[in-house]
Design a protein around this ligand. Sequence first.
Ligand SMILES: [Fe+2]
Length: 468
Amino acid sequence: LPDRVVLWTRLVPDPLAPDGGMAPETFLVQWEVAHDERFRRVAANGEVVAGPEHAHAVHVDAKGLEPDREYFYRFIAADEASPTGRTRTAPARGASPRRLRAAIASCQNYEHGYYAAHGHLAEEDLDVVLWLGDYIYENGPGSSALRQHEGPEVMDLAAYRRRYATYKSDPELQAAHHAHPWVVTWDDHEVDNNYADDRADRDALLPEVHRQRRAAAYKAWWEHQPVRLPAPSGPDYRIYRRFRFGDLVAAHVLDTRQYRTDQPCAAASDIGTYCAEIDSPEATLLGPDQREWLFRGLDRSRTRWDLVAQQVMFAPTSFSPDLANPIFNLDQWDGYRVEQRALRDALARGPRNAIVLTGDIHSSWVNDILDSSADPGAPDARPVATEIVGTSITSIFPFADVLELAATAQPTIQYVDGRNHGYVVLDVTRDALRADFRSVSDVADPDATIATAARFAVEDRNPGAQEA
Ligand SMILES: [Fe+2]
């Protein structure tokens, strides 16, 4: 926000111990926010209690700061100071900032690679990182030769805390948090692969049991993320929210897991052919309340750019080049086409410039979004918005060949790359939004280098991305 930032830390001397190595007592933690890295000009400070009920995690909402400024912060507990973090306040609501630099990132399966991408993310010149989900993966140890999860599939609060501790112990991930403020949402793996509302991935798990698991997962998520949200007190927890960066950017941050109807067509995997359920008016990814909130926000938009930061691929896409017999990913918006069409029209109607930002699929895409009246195959179809799909930090993508072939038949797909991993840097100015797809040389190499694999730009009031 313009006048405050959320600072996060957790006291955890022994990250993988059940209690993090902490006595079941409360501790006082001091915090400081300063204009300079040496803490000579302190802007705000205070004291906060860390208790066992929240795994000795603390969230400080440091208030009274000035808009659009860089700050440095640290925590002090038991005479020990934390590493120094850098953060930024947002521009004032009435301000007209010239630019915003943001990164989108998602999907950091610990077993699939090292976090060299985070080390490079930390070095980028950014105002904010938008995390689009899959911060942890819930599964037990796999056969990865690189590194492995610390225990079996996580089901309860203690296990979710340990899983976050495994991920957060990574020094490159820590560096990316120390370097930038993050805006965080979740996808499925923060709880359970492909869960939908109260339906678990595995049918064997009863809805009541899944809801208990969801409550544990949501609590551990809150404990480990720098979010300005109250602690959850059960399996229902609103995290969708909106951020404003002056009159330049509004970011609508969605939750497409908690309120969705089940994936259609009773398919055994994400992938399937058409069934009538895809076009059911009851099918929803957003749920009625979030949908109304989002559509109202888009209709009332007065910012130059509206970013819809969410999880699953939005633009209609076939995974087969035979468009007469399309193959859908039913976990994506293609499984929920009535709502997909309504959002396509809302993107066309309200915002001056609408960009959908997507994670989940571990591959990079640039897609034209057409309004619901347009035929995607028509050569004169004009986009109304653009979707930018960031790849994963590490999580693997086994379908590069299939998708690269399918894309050749679909004129709305401007770019697809299933081979690279990393993140996307968005450079948003009043005239254009530029997206740099930043890719690491090898997720299996802790010292991987970074390079720009592709660059696209969308001009103000000219929807549709062009290679730049
Ligand atoms: Fe993922």
